[in-house]
Design a protein around this ligand. Structure first.
Ligand code: DGT
Length: 243
C-alpha cells in the first residue's frame, strides 16, 4: 500500500466564533509528507494548538483547505478520519483503573502484547515494570502517584496503541527531561516508522532534529525549514532559540 499520513494546509484561515472574529490562523500553508516529523514552534497564543485541531477537523476553516492524503477533510467521514489520528494532549488525563485500562482507553480489542509494545515505544515500559503489579497497577484516586513525565509517557502509549497514520503531540514532552524525550523520539523513529508526526514544542531542542519546523507568529507562518535554515533566515525562530 502507498504511504499514508500526508497533511496539506492550503491558505487556511480560521477564527473562533464569538471571539470578535479576529482570525487565529491567517493564510497558513505547509505540507507534511508521509512519515515526516514536523515541529511547530511559536510563542504562547500563536495558534499552535488551534492549527493541529484542524487536522482531525475539530473545527472547520473559514477559508482554505486542510487535506489528509490529498483529500479535503470536509469530504472524509469524521470518525474514520479521527481513527487514523493519534492525539496526545497538553494535559494528560488518566482515570481510576489499571495501567492497562488506561492505555487501552476503550479499545477493547487491544491485546496485552499490543499494550506492552506501545508502552515500550513510549518509554513507559521500564517504569511500569518496576511496579509489583506491573500493568495491573491501579491509577487514580486510590492508585499510585505518577510523575508528570510518567503520565505523559502513558498518554503517548495510549495514542500509539491505535496505530495511527498521524501522531499529533501537543507540547506533551515538556515534563520530560531531555534524555527521556530523546529516547522516546529515537524509539518512535525506530518502531513507528512511516507515522507522520506533528509535534508542538516549547523548547527548540525538542524539534531541532525534525524533518522540518513550522514557525507560527500571531497566526501566521513566518518560517518553514530545518533548524539550520531557520537559524539563518527566521528572526522569530532565532528569538525563541535565544530566549
Ligand atoms: P500555547 O498553548 O499557550 O502555547 O498557545 P498556542 O500557540 O497553542 O495558541 P492557541 O491555538 O491555543 O490559541 C490561539 C488563540 O486562540 C489565543 O488567542 C486563544 C484563542 N483560543 C484558543 N482556543 C480557543 C477556544 O476554544 N475558543 C476561543 N474563543 N478562543 C480560543
Amino acid at each position: 500500500s502507498s504511504p499514508k499520513g500526508r497533511i496539506d494546509f492550503e491558505n487556511v484561515t480560521f477564527a473562533y466564533e464569538g471571539a470578535g472574529g479576529d482570525p487565529v490562523l491567517k493564510n497558513v500553508t505547509f505540507s507534511c509528507l508521509p512519515g515526516e516529523t514536523v515541529g511547530i514552534i511559536g510563542s504562547t497564543g500563536a495558534g499552535k494548538s488551534t492549527l493541529i485541531s484542524l487536522v482531525p477537523r475539530f473545527y472547520d476553516t473559514i477559508s482554505g483547505t486542510v487535506k489528509v492524503d490529498g483529500v479535503d477533510v470536509k469530504e472524509l467521514d469524521p470518525a474514520l478520519l479521527r481513527n487514523r489520528i493519534g492525539i496526545v494532549p497538553q494535559k494528560t488525563i488518566l482515570f481510576s483503573g489499571t495501567i492497562s485500562d488506561n492505555l487501552r482507553y476503550g479499545l477493547a480489542s487491544a491485546t496485552q502484547e499490543e499494550i506492552e509494545q506501545a508502552a515500550v515505544m513510549a518509554e513507559a515500559h521500564p517504569f511500569i515494570a518496576t511496579f509489583p503489579e506491573g500493568y495491573a497497577t491501579r491509577l487514580g484516586q486510590k492508585g499510585v502517584n505518577l510523575s508528570g513525565g510518567q503520565k505523559q509517557r502513558l498518554s503517548i502509549a495510549r495514542a500509539l496503541i491505535r496505530r495511527p497514520d498521524i501522531l499529533i503531540l501537543d507540547d506533551c514532552t515538556s515534563a520530560l527531561d531531555t534524555a527521556t524525550e530523546t529516547r522516546i523520539k529515537e524509539s518512535l523513529k525506530q518502531y513507528a516508522q512511516g507515522v507522520t508526526c506533528l509535534m508542538i514544542a516549547q523548547r527548540i531542542s525538542s524539534v531541532m532534529d525534525a524533518d522540518k519546523i513550522i514557525v507560527l507568529d500571531d497566526g501566521e507562518v513566518v518560517g518553514v525549514g530545518t533548524h539550520d535554515t531557520l537559524m539563518a533566515s527566521c528572526r522569530v525562530y532565532v528569538e525563541i532559540f535565544q530566549s
